[in-house]
Write a protein that binds this ligand. Structure first.
Ligand SMILES: NC(=O)C1=CN([C@@H]2O[C@H](COP(=O)(O)OP(=O)(O)OC[C@H]3O[C@@H](n4cnc5c(N)ncnc54)[C@H](OP(=O)(O)O)[C@@H]3O)[C@@H](O)[C@H]2O)C=CC1
Ligand SMILES: O=C1OC[C@@H](O)[C@H](O)[C@H]1O
Length: 382
């Protein structure tokens, strides 16, 4: 007899866009993606406004998520007009935090202090000091804590990582180019979360995590890099009149493997979806397609003769791995497995990699002159 799947019992903080995407994705029955060891339930959702929480549940998971529809648990989702209600709900064992950047630290602390495990949307915090503080609370409370960088669990990224790291598909990596940008300027009000200084907006923190995740997964995590942080961080930032960045370019060097990453995130231009990320090696290159956060396919271009300078490529090979899931469920499955195993930290999105991410953003903000409004940072950098 197969054993009963472990059920992650989610409580959701913030009933906005990404929370609804997350909840809809965990409603998909695990069997449709050949998953049998874990499942998901929505135990609660909380908003600053009760009717918004109730509407959120009605629209996204009126019967709960997969485990509720499969009869693995017998509770229905509860709506709350506060975040406190969610973290105190006895049916909740893990809290998904989909609130604004400026709320992440307080909301994660609220959940950890209430004894709940936490999956916290990117950017985890405003700076590395806030993240270190959350990690120490998670350790003290003996609870799971992970930054929600869903792209790390995307099957396309995983396939590319294996082909490049284990099978030497493009030889030694030399350069990585990755962009996530949007042509938002003039199309969103200055009060929008992407442009507002009060909400710690700007493309570095909002979009930058994705070019950086490609860098982390392909270069930082390259077996020959031995998880060595970038030796140099160089950046150029253009500021918007609201006090957030409007465009940020950054380059990171990895001398152990002789590779450099060139990352861009701006609100001036749309990303080129036919090759948002280009990974160039000594034997060829990979062009990743789709959205930078949610790749769907990639093109392999092998050099006909790798010994030639600027040589010809053989015919393009398309690897189409399009999937029907939203993509957030792969991350949710991983978290459920961590909880099932009693882990407090994920090996795939460990605490020190979020700390490194936040430190890189801290350094880029310092170079570019992007300072948060007074009072936003709950823990200041030394
Ligand atoms: N993983 C991914 O692909 C994505 C991640 N994100 C991340 O998720 C977070 C939320 O983004 P998104 O869902 O697009 O944003 P939304 O504006 O759609 O939702 C954010 C929610 O935050 C809550 N909130 C708490 N305090 C405030 C406040 N002072 N002002 C406004 N809202 C507040 C609100 O929930 P309520 O009113 O219910 O209390 C609101 O609905 C961001 O940190 C972003 O970086 C965003 C998009 C994609
Ligand atoms: O995480 C994100 O990915 C998609 C973008 O549209 C969004 O602004 C960002 O928060």
């Amino acid at each position: 007899m197969p054993s009963k799947p472990f059920v992650a019992q989610w409580g959701v903080l913030g009933c906005g866009w990404i929370s609804s995407e997350f909840v809809r994705d965990i409603c998909r029955l695990p069997s449709t993606r050949n998953v049998t060891d874990i499942s998901h339930a929505v135990a609660a959702a909380g908003s600053r406004n009760l009717s918004k929480a109730e509407e959120f549940l009605k629209n996204n998971c009126p019967d709960g998520a997969a485990a509720q529809r499969d009869g693995l648990v017998d509770f229905k989702p509860n709506g709350y007009g506060s975040y406190k209600g969610v973290v105190e709900d006895p049916n909740v064992n893990i809290v998904y935090i989909g609130t604004m950047n400026v709320c992440h630290y307080d909301d994660a602390k609220l959940a950890l202090d209430a004894g709940k495990h936490v999956l916290l949307e990117k950017p985890a915090t405003l700076n590395a000091a806030e993240w270190r503080s959350l990690v120490s609370i998670a350790k003290e409370k003996n609870r799971f804590l992970m930054e929600a960088v869903w792209t790390r669990f995307n099957p396309v990224l995983r396939s590319i990582q294996k082909s490049v790291h284990d099978d030497g598909l493009i030889g030694d990596i030399r350069c990585l180019y990755s962009d996530l940008s949007m042509d938002s300027l003039g199309k969103r009000p200055d009060t929008d979360r992407l442009l507002s200084a009060e909400l710690a907006g700007g493309p570095l923190l909002d979009l930058g995590p994705y070019p950086l995740v490609w860098t982390m997964m392909m270069l930082y995590r390259h077996p020959k890099n031995h998880r060595t942080p970038p030796a140099k961080i160089g950046s150029t930032m253009m500021m918007h009149h609201t006090g957030v960045d409007i465009a940020t370019n950054f380059a990171l060097t990895f001398p152990n493997i002789g590779a450099i990453a060139n990352c861009t995130a701006n609100l001036l231009s749309p990303t080129q979806q036919s090759q948002h990320t280009r990974i160039v090696g000594t034997k060829g290159e990979i062009l990743v397609q789709g959205i930078t956060s949610r790749p769907q396919s990639y093109v392999i271009r092998r050099l006909a003769d790798p010994s030639k300078e600027n040589g010809e490529y053989l015919e393009d090979e398309l690897v189409d791995m399009s999937f029907k899931e939203g993509g957030l469920v792969f991350e949710a499955d991983h978290v459920a497995r961590c909880l099932k195993e009693g882990l407090r930290e994920s090996g795939e999105m460990p605490w020190d990699e979020t700390e490194l991410t936040m430190s890189i953003f801290d350094e880029i903000r310092k170079q570019g002159g992007y300072e948060f409004l007074p009072g936003l940072e709950r823990v200041k950098l030394e």
